[in-house]
Design a protein around this ligand. Structure first.
Ligand code: PLP
Length: 225
């Protein structure tokens, strides 16, 4: 099936949910990205900074670029001028650097905290107590050029739908808890609106469990090399 048809079919699946489709374009060619843009998608996700920067330079300027891969502090400066949303904040140090670079570019950069929800040791992310430690740090309120807008997580790499469902549910509940303000943490630069979860194999499940941003690659373009 063509890229446009796959996108239409995924958007159809998601129509009854609150999830928006992010096309994960890592490793895909400029031609494939152009076809994606022509199909009406404006949200593109990349996991490597260099690839993201190279593609951003050539593609239409109204594309919203999402950094979805692990981000090293020393790479923030390359994406700071234009990045739409950084999904993978996992430390206060990284957040402070994003704020510094946002100031330099005279912008406010939106971020998600990446939470560790899988049962694998290979995945990045924060545990809830580590998140609360960051949220309770007085430095956070001073970071005026970042805006925290929600949470991101990656489920275990498994066919066990129950397990995936449990992991997504735990993330959705954490967001709900933060949003409900039972935590007493209320800062001008935080809004708990977005939940980035779900990929090609589980986007519908994620969307039904409250995802607002699904990150889908191979279901649009086929398997990666
Ligand atoms: C590659 C990637 C995706 C998309 O994976 P698919 O299985 O191809 O849909 C989603 N999120 C992250 C963080 C990724 O690195």
């Amino acid at each position: 099936m063509s890229i446009a048809k796959q996108i239409l079919s995924i958007q159809n699946d998601l129509a009854h949910t609150h999830a928006k489709l992010i096309a994960v374009t890592k490793t895909r060619s400029i031609d494939e990205l152009n076809l994606t843009y022509d199909a009406g998608i404006l949200d593109f996700g990349e996991n490597r900074v260099q690839e993201l920067v190279e593609k951003q330079a050539i593609l239409p300027k109204d594309i919203r670029w999402h950094q979805i891969g692990h981000l090293q502090t020393n790479k923030v400066k390359y994406i700071a001028p234009f990045v739409h949303l950084i999904h993978t904040v996992d430390s206060l140090k990284l957040l402070m650097e994003i704020n510094q670079q946002a100031i330099k570019n005279n912008r406010i950069i939106k971020c998600l905290f990446q939470m560790y929800i899988a049962q694998e040791e290979t995945k990045f992310g924060l545990l809830p107590n580590e998140l609360y430690e960051i949220l309770e740090n007085p430095i956070l309120a001073e970071l005026k050029n970042i805006q925290i807008v929600g949470l991101m997580g990656m489920a275990s790499f498994t066919e066990d739908t129950n397990q995936i469902s449990k992991e997504f549910t735990s993330l959705a509940q954490l967001l709900h808890h933060l949003k409900s303000n039972q935590t007493g943490i209320q800062l001008g630069n935080i809004a708990w609106d977005e939940l980035s979860m779900g990929m090609s194999s589980d986007y519908l499940l994620a969307a039904e469990l409250g995802s607002t941003l699904v990150r889908v690659g191979s279901a649009i373009y086929g398997a990666r090399e």
